[in-house]
Design a binder for this molecule. Structure first.
Ligand SMILES: NC(=O)c1ccc[n+]([C@@H]2O[C@H](COP(=O)([O-])OP(=O)(O)OC[C@H]3O[C@@H](n4cnc5c(N)ncnc54)[C@H](OP(=O)(O)O)[C@@H]3O)[C@@H](O)[C@H]2O)c1
Length: 302
């Protein structure tokens, strides 16, 4: 069995950076908000394996694990956040939802400033700065991007040392959307929409590395290895789950949609991800398709 020293040695240079970044603080925990989510729960073990004590913020109480403590709080209301940030010199902000991320970021930033955090790390989305959310139509369909930009600004204007990483869509969210869409007898899909899905594990690697390094401001984007037509991704999912559905191209109105269709959500020059959608799908869909077909057989006529 490996000692913790052996493990730390295997994780060089991240462990070295961890010690540099927060070693002087000794046992100061790293706070991971959203540490129970798709991305956050991959970030947590990477930080722990680099020799850090990790504190996870969740809205629900949970059992502590080895090297991981949980605190309960809600970033939308601010409840419990002062206690969550207390003593945490590094904060990795992975909590998010489809709406209101700017308010969550502001509540976190205020508490982190009061507590004197030394490094605030944020995960945002590619296109946050390029997808204009101006009209009501933009807000209804793409308000998420506007919220992410506002949250980025809250972090950058916090006065705290910060790092923000923008990522493209994770494979997991593409799969989730495909699963939902496949429940429809006919699938409407924005004509010309392209996606560059990235592996959440690879984003977690990068985020943990950034968290343990020195504050970097806006880091270079992280994007998946390939740009796909959204219809191609969906067809891949339908084929893998042995379904047939007609896909009807639809035209989306508004400036945000125009920017999306122009590729503002893509970062082809930052296609640094390695795991492809096909690889992800091959591993994930056999189990999920069984669950889906059980579930969807009652919803979708054959
Ligand atoms: N998914 C993508 O394709 C993608 C792409 C680029 C960037 N991002 C960004 O990456 C981050 C993580 O995404 P994800 O896909 O991992 O999200 P997720 O799986 O939906 O997880 C969301 C996390 O946020 C926490 N959370 C939500 N509302 C909260 C609140 N009011 N107070 C405290 N915690 C709250 C949840 O914790 P509890 O439920 O335990 O409270 C959960 O851990 C988000 O900021 C997202 O915008 C995602």
């Amino acid at each position: 069995m490996k000692s913790s020293d052996d493990n730390a040695a295997m994780n060089e240079p991240r462990a070295v950076e961890a010690r540099q970044a927060h070693g002087r603080a000794g046992t100061s925990p790293i706070l991971v908000t959203g540490g129970t989510g798709t991305l956050g729960r991959l970030v947590v073990p990477r930080l722990r394996d680099a020799g850090c004590t990790v504190r996870v913020l969740s809205r629900r109480s949970r059992e502590a694990g080895e090297g991981i403590e949980f605190v309960t709080g809600d970033l939308a209301t601010g409840e419990g956040i002062d206690a969550a940030v207390e003593g945490a010199e590094i904060i990795v902000h992975c909590a998010g939802s489809s709406k209101g991320d700017e308010d969550k970021a502001l509540n976190l930033v205020r508490a982190a400033s009061r507590a004197g955090a030394r490094h605030l790390v944020y995960i945002s989305v590619v296109g946050a700065d390029r997808i204009p959310v101006v009209s009501r139509v933009d807000r209804v369909m793409f308000g998420y991007f506007g919220s992410k930009l506002a949250a980025e600004r809250a972090v950058a204007d916090s006065g705290l040392p910060w790092t923000t990483l923008r990522a493209t869509q994770f494979h997991d969210i593409v799969l989730l959307v495909a699963q939902q869409m496949a429940k429809l007898p006919v699938i409407p899909l924005p004509k010309g929409l392209r996606v560059q899905p990235v592996d959440a594990g690879e984003v977690a690697d990068r985020l943990a590395e950034l968290a343990l390094g020195t504050p970097a401001g806006l880091a270079p984007d992280i994007a998946g290895p390939k740009v796909y037509d959204a219809a191609e991704l969906l067809r891949g999912y339908l084929r893998a789950t042995h379904r047939r559905r007609p896909i009807i191209p639809i035209v989306l109105p508004g400036k945000a949609a125009r920017a999306m269709l122009g590729g503002a959500n893509l970062a082809p020059d930052r296609a640094v991800g390695r795991r492809t959608w096909e690889e992800f799908l091959a591993e994930r869909v056999s189990a999920s398709s069984l669950r889906q077909s059980d579930h969807s057989s009652s919803l979708v006529p054959p």
